[in-house]
Design a protein around this ligand. Structure first.
Ligand SMILES: *[C@@H]1O[C@H](CO)[C@@H](O)[C@H](O)[C@H]1NC(C)=O
Length: 377
């Protein structure tokens, strides 16, 4: 009996010694795909998708015609032509609306997706085409974790290969889940990675296409007072070695004191929170009388709330692609044009060629994601 007790004690001691040490993390999480909301160990993997399948428990597809305030040209669908997994990689693939509905449909058809529409803003659930007001010519996808996984503070790593092709706009980003400080951008936005697919888009001698990616925080007390330029960083590859050629790891570290963006473990930029985003934006001096929406928050507000992940491939729009940049085929539309989608569509031979769209098996125009991982701080 005594021997047994001694053995048991030894076993307990061994088991305790083998337990990894757990420093409780500040990170919180919520949503249908989390098993707990807090009490994570520091460094613990709290969300992972390796895309061995398209897991609808993790990802909700947006279904909307609205291209946000940028009036982007795509229609986000939940269709395996536009999002699918293959060999452990998620593909978001842009296709032509005319392939499903015929070309005349763009200028005379009606799309009504009210049954499964996820965003009604900007005529998102119903549109009618006219000869000057074309229906969204591209179908694509946006996946999000709004209901499945949100978190506050932590580390994100997304391994992805970016698309190449004119006017493609891939993004790996985060939005606030509850918008505690009001509508965009008062409650913030974290752009981990965004880029332009054009291989040779040049502004002021710099490639701003597939050889460049940017990371940005958007914040401000109202749409017209967004001070993102104080929290915006970009990085270029060596010439001829665009982000479309290989998988890279796009990373973000988010703490109460700083937000750091990295690519392949090399820092792109850090936002030191310091005295907070009201001071960072210089809003009090620039716009006297404006109310600080973050007064009641922590000093990292609005980035002191839970955010969720989004992965998407947008196309065109009237703000992200500058009219003054130089592109080998020019730019088919002007950002002030009221008929931008029509001008874009009329120039399709040029941009479809850069997508290698009709080359069988070619995936140049796809946003490819190998995995998404989120770790507790
Ligand atoms: C999905 O897209 C394909 C072609 O891209 C189309 O043929 C099919 O009808 C679509 N499915 C649905 C349910 O809309």
């Amino acid at each position: 009996m005594k021997l047994l007790v001694v053995n048991l004690l030894a076993l307990v001691a061994l088991t305790l010694a083998a337990q990894p040490r757990c420093d409780i993390s500040l990170t919180t999480a919520s949503g249908s795909a989390v098993s707990k909301n807090n009490g994570f160990c520091s460094g613990e993997l709290i969300f992972e998708d390796n895309f061995d399948k398209l897991d609808f428990k993790h990802w909700e597809h947006e279904s909307t015609l609205g291209g946000g305030g940028n009036w982007e040209f795509q229609w986000y669908t939940n269709n395996r032509s536009n999002s699918y997994t293959e060999n452990g990689v998620l593909h978001i693939r842009p296709t032509l609306t005319s392939e499903v509905y015929g070309e005349p449909f763009l200028s005379s058809g009606t799309i009504d997706i009210q049954g499964d529409c996820t965003n009604a803003a900007f005529y998102g659930c119903q549109r009618a085409g006219t000869p000057t007001n074309l229906l969204n010519p591209i179908r694509s996808a946006r996946l999000r974790t709004l209901n499945s996984f949100s978190f506050k503070y932590g580390r994100v790593e997304v391994k992805a290969k970016l698309p190449a092709g004119d006017w493609l706009w891939p993004a790996i980003w985060m939005l606030p889940t509850d918008s505690a400080y009001g509508s965009w951008p008062s409650s913030g936005e974290i752009d981990i990675m965004e880029s332009r697919g054009n291989r040779n888009l040049v502004q002021d001698g710099v490639n701003i296409g597939a050889e460049q990616v940017a990371s940005t925080l958007h914040f401000g007390p109202a749409t017209e007072f967004n001070a993102y330029e104080t929290a915006h960083y970009s990085r270029n590859t060596a010439p001829g070695q665009g982000y479309n050629l290989d998988f890279h790891r796009y990373q973000m570290e988010w703490t109460p004191d700083r937000i750091t963006f990295k690519i392949d473990d090399v820092e792109t930029g850090t936002v030191n929170i310091g005295s907070g985003f009201w001071d960072r934006g210089g809003f009090a001096a620039k716009y006297p009388g404006l109310a600080n929406p973050w007064k009641a928050g922590d000093k990292s507000a609005p980035f002191d709330q839970e955010f969720h992940l989004l992965l998407n491939l947008a196309v065109g729009g009237v703000s992200y692609f500058s009219d003054s940049a130089s592109n080998p085929n020019g730019k088919p539309w002007n950002n002030l044009s009221p008929t931008a989608p029509l001008e874009f569509w009329n120039a399709r031979n040029a941009w479809l060629n850069t997508w290698n769209y009709y080359v069988p098996g070619n995936t140049d125009s796809h946003l490819q994601v190998d995995y998404v991982r989120v770790y507790a701080l």
